[in-house]
Design a protein around this ligand. Structure first.
Ligand SMILES: C[S@@+](CC[C@H](N)C(=O)[O-])C[C@H]1O[C@@H](n2cnc3c(N)ncnc32)[C@H](O)[C@@H]1O
Length: 265
């Protein structure tokens, strides 16, 4: 089926709507689109016409490695890729050619803006602050420690703390498996779907008794994620009470991105 987006885009180029992408991601004044090599130039130019305020169109080619660095190619516009995303009252400066910012996680970022009053929180895979800046902006945490291993993302994380005028947040450049303090937090966020499983023990150890872990993972079903958490808590000799499991998005055939909120006693 041809989407409304493709139909609209077909007004700006001569490619038949069924050959056009159904959607694209708008990050500030940069667009990221999945498009075939054959049509990339024309689609890029058509998107620039459709969105006159956009300065660059990037072709999305995937994400690379544990740092989740996007592989992209400039297909239209000036080629400038630093931009500011405005979402839910928060500002995120980032370079769209070097940093991922998943639109699919928007509901989770909104949800996270309602937790954490008076708490000490650690964001173990902070990126540019996707999940912790909303907490700092909309709630009143006592302290947030945001850990990021990629120096480029870390630079934007610091910039975003400043841009959002946040006082309670400290950014650390480092590997969360080595630098996360133990037993100091009321809440730990593990927002990396590939590494959370490997490092879950670090998230559990970061928590005080009764602390909450937000654990992200890709699994076939809820039972599979519940089992991982149960086993990891048993190994650490900690109790686990699952508070909520939410499906964030479909990830691959029969595989879903879940986030689990678990109280660790
Ligand atoms: C997937 S991104 C952030 C996603 C974000 N939480 C969201 O919801 O869109 C994960 C981040 O974790 C960082 N990262 C990867 N390994 C890490 C580690 N061992 N310690 C700290 N940060 C790490 C990556 O560089 C990347 O910026």
């Amino acid at each position: 089926m041809v989407s409304r987006g493709a139909l609209k885009l077909s007004e700006f180029c001569s490619i038949p709507p069924e050959k056009l992408p159904n959607g694209w991601q708008i990050l500030g004044d940069v667009i990221i689109v999945k498009v075939d090599e054959e049509y990339k130039r024309e689609v890029g130019e058509a998107l620039l016409k459709m969105y006159p305020k956009v300065k660059t169109v990037l072709r999305y080619l995937g994400l690379e490695g544990d740092m989740r660095i996007p592989k992209v190619e400039v297909i239209a516009g000036s080629g400038e890729t630093e931009t500011i995303v405005r979402e839910n009252g928060c500002l995120y400066m980032l370079d769209a050619s070097k940093i991922m910012f998943s639109k699919g996680n928007i509901e989770e970022r909104r949800r996270m803006s309602k937790v954490g009053n008076g708490e000490e929180i650690v964001d173990m895979f902070a990126g540019v602050g996707h999940l912790s800046i909303p907490i700092a902006v909309h709630s009143s945490p006592k302290k947030i420690v945001a850990i990021e291993i990629n120096p480029i993302a870390y630079r934007y994380l610091r910039k975003n703390i400043e841009l959002n005028k946040i006082k309670c947040m400290e950014a650390i450049l480092g590997d969360c498996s080595k630098v996360t303090p133990e037993g100091e937090f009321d809440r730990a966020i593990m927002g990396h779907i590939y590494l959370a499983r490997r490092y879950i023990s670090k998230g559990i150890r970061a928590l005080r008794k009764g602390g909450i872990l937000h654990y992200h993972d890709v699994a076939r079903n809820k039972e599979e994620v519940k089992e991982i958490i149960k086993r990891a808590c048993e190994k650490e000799r900690r109790g686990a009470r699952i508070l909520e499991i939410r499906k964030i998005k479909s990830y691959a055939p029969k595989r879903y991105h879940y986030v689990v909120d678990v109280e660790v006693s």
